[in-house]
Design a binder for this molecule. Structure first.
Ligand SMILES: [Zn+2]
Length: 262
């Protein structure tokens, strides 16, 4: 091998090793002030609002833990606020609220874009179809989110929520593959009936016989992410329209609608 190529290769490997160590030893952020966090949760997160006092406290603790261990980076002209961080942390905790011991091990940084972005990660104001994505390859451990889409998802409360969608992809990815089967959560006996039901539901979307966002018909992984938005944002309507899917989602996420008692 040419000696120059060999030296270049060694330099790249050493750089990569140092970079990985820096990521592994990333210091946590300072602890967030609980008072503004609690106020923002109360005012802007309907899921939190429905919890009883004990669960509210637990939700807030987990949101603060997430904020302390995740870096939020503005890209280009994007400028995020504390409310945006609370939106993102809430979207991380909502799908896993029934699993108090779960900690995300596959996310360390959120890259925030002002608006939707392209496949080459630029925002040019023309055709930017991507609202959010889970990073892969060199972007492993990151999530990319459009601030416009993030804020819309929580403001509209219409059963679509980009941040919840992306965190469900991360949960799905935790077992090594993004395939619509979150193996750490789903009971083994449910996997075959789950896949069968997903495929039938995707067929219903193709035939125009479903109120589920047609993007869910892309594949099994997108189906799981899309119906999770619907399930966690509008559980009663989801149950009315899709009782069988609703029961399966309850079994996967061990989710029971909470009634406020305080
Ligand atoms: Zn997706």
């Amino acid at each position: 091998m040419n000696i120059i190529i060999l030296i270049a290769l060694v330099v790249v490997i050493v750089y990569w090793f140092i970079h990985q160590r820096r990521i592994a030893t990333q210091a946590p952020n300072p602890p967030p002030n609980p008072i503004p966090i609690e106020n923002l949760l109360r005012e802007h997160i309907p899921f939190y609002h429905k919890l009883n006092a004990e669960h509210k406290n637990s939700f807030q603790q987990r949101v603060m833990h997430f904020l302390q261990h995740t870096r939020f980076t503005n890209v280009g002209a994007a400028r995020h606020t504390l409310l945006d961080e609370v939106y993102i942390a809430s979207a991380a905790i909502i799908p896993l609220f029934a699993f108090p011991d779960w900690e995300y091990r596959n996310i360390r940084e959120i890259l925030l874009y002002e608006g939707n972005f392209d496949h080459d990660y630029t925002v040019d104001g023309h055709s930017n179809p991507i609202m959010g994505m889970v990073g892969d390859g060199a972007l492993n451990g990151t999530m990319l989110l459009s601030l416009d889409a993030l804020r819309d998802g929580f403001a509209r409360k219409d059963g679509s929520n980009t941040a919840i969608h992306e965190f469900v992809h991360l949960i799905d990815k935790a077992d090594g593959s993004v395939d619509g089967v979150p193996e750490y959560l789903i009971p083994k006996s449910l996997i075959a009936p789950w896949l069968k039901h997903i495929r039938a539901s995707i067929q219903d979307i193709h035939e125009g016989d479903s109120d589920i966002n047609p993007y869910g018909a892309t594949n099994e992984a997108e189906f799981l992410a899309v119906i999770s938005e619907y399930f966690f944002e509008k559980p009663d309507k989801f149950n009315e329209e899709h009782p069988h899917l609703y029961r399966m989602m309850n079994d996967i996420f061990s989710h029971r609608p909470q009634k406020a008692t305080d």
